[in-house]
Design a protein around this ligand. Sequence first.
Ligand code: DGJ
Length: 713
Amino acid sequence: MIKIDGNTIILRGRSMSYIMYVNECGDLLNFHFGRQLADEDYSAMKRECEEKLGYTSNVRSLDVYPQEYPAYGHSDLRDPAFEVVNRFGNAVAELKVKSLKVMSGTAPMEGMPSLFNGSGDAQTLEAVLSDEIIGLEVALYYTVFDGYDAVARSAVLRNVSDSAMTILSAYSASLDLPVNDYEIIHFAGAWGREREMYRTKLTTGMKAEIENARGGSGHQINPFVMVAEEGADEDHGGVYGFSLIYSGNHSTAAKVDQFGALRIEQGINPRQFRWELEPGGEFYTPQSVLCYSCEGIGALSREYHDIYRRDLMRSKWAGKTRPLLLNNWEGTYFDFTEEKLLSMAKAAKDIGLELFVLDDGWFGKRNDDTSSLGDWFVNYEKLPSGIDGLAEKITDLGLMFGLWFEPEMVNADSELYRAHPDWAIRVGEREPVEARNQLILDLSRDEVCEYIIEAVSKILSSAKIGYVKWDMNRQMADMPCLGYNHKYTLGFYKIMSTITGSFPDVLFEGCSAGGGRFDPGVLAYMPQIWTSDNSDAAARLKIQYSTSMCYPVYSISTHVTASPNHQNGRVTRLKTRADVAFAGTFGYELDITKMPEEELNEIKRQIKFDKTIRTLVRDGDLYRLQDPYTSNYCSWEIASKDRRRALLFSCKILSVANSKDKRIKLKGLDPSLRYVNTLTGEVYGGDVLMYRGIRIDYGTYDFATEIIEFSAI
Ligand code: DGJ
């Protein structure tokens, strides 16, 4: 609900309020973002707020005002939300409120994914601010939903002067939070160690810039950041979330000013960015989704999960159960024949799997990673029946068929590159930098995007393909011009929206050398994302635990792979690998034709079990119970919204002799109901499970896991 009451603007979610007001000078200021306020007459407090801020006595200084979209200079000397070089050659601006309007529905977004209005309960505030001296208008958009504690923010910068302007930076959202002790939580890593969680105290003068300028949203830094009030934990305390719906270079900058207030901004990374704005021109920022929880980090995560499941993921598959798959990659790598694939697919069908995915190596002359990216036509030497023939044979077995692509790339050794060497990104005369022997296609060019759309569409229309894995295996080392990465990202979105729009029944899975592009921009088109090439169950505990901070569990793609693990050599039990993988879109990625009968029987039981829990994993509420970053345990629980079912997963990471394991207390159940452990038949009261807890007998080996399903009786 949005209400404009005189100079006060009240945005209300389920249990939060975001309140702004326009002061007598026309500045748009933040009054409150946090737990819902019932009292709507804030005039006394506003006065108090401004008096306190007017510390410089007779000089009015924006330097201490909590602004919504601050400029640099003209009294505010903190980090600005935007910098635009005007016709006078400076980057000073002073934005005053010109108009306020409430619209039903969501904000306009040009060519970029954003939240949509899944249940028709969205309202958007448009606040147009303007600087008449330089002829700049900024429209700020704030979308709220009745059911959520979220505010989706974006900005449109407009040149209403008759001279060109240059945008040096334009964040999607800027928020000034009052003096407090804050900690910032961010997710950093590398290939195979994606989204490790770090928590740092913010102190005056220190600028925390959580940013990535490597081309995609990146393995190194995820575009999701939390700001926690000191002491806030999984279940208690105030926590703010900032999640950018964007797949390119991003930045979230937080700085505590001289008086202890915190300014936090999120949007496109200003590094290597510049955008010319001709008279009449507009620039749209991506959308940043701000959430607030007064009940700790767990509730904040559940908020993001709900909103992203309902209002971000557009695919038809978003709300459907996903087919359990066998992917051939770690089973065969490039070394496969049609016969081998068919034998794997038959074995997959026999054990109850539903989708067979052919990964890299089916096209051009590709037998290793040195050639053929860009040549999206089948290699008949390997696959004599072609993709259509193979797909036919696999679908005849009663399985869906899926195919891997890496459409944004080209190898120098390819027909495409020989025909169009200029289609690869390069910086002027310099030789382009190769990584994994490949170059990136220039998605800022229409003809390149059209080629990709055509090439992929041709294959998808030619065969019974129900699933696509869309990979992207390198970082962008060459930026041909300032602002290039944004142009590339817009090209990527154009391709994604065209292809997913033309093939609405196909299930798309995002991938980027593992989890290098696990972001809401990708999620908008592809409802599941390959989480990491590191599929070792012990490593996945941390990776999945921290990925779940923002992203719905069912968007996290999880495969059982071979032991010893191919990435880190660790040996784990088949049970451990499956128990960890159940919290995600589940599948296998190993050569099941070589597995002993006994293991295949165990796999059959796992598949049968996953089929019974996957709707719970898809729709349930996630509760994190034990933290692998700070303890020898990792536990999580997925409870159904009606609180009648729950799936408990627990892992004791390293075995301890004569161990003193704590009881695990479940969350989100109904204390007055009785629940049965569906495996053992033991019955517990919901109060016992939640307030007393249960003890798990892990056994004496490393990475011991237990999974228990409780169902109300
Ligand atoms: C990287 C992906 O993460 C892997 O799963 C696999 O698809 C390879 N690329 C194929 O080249």
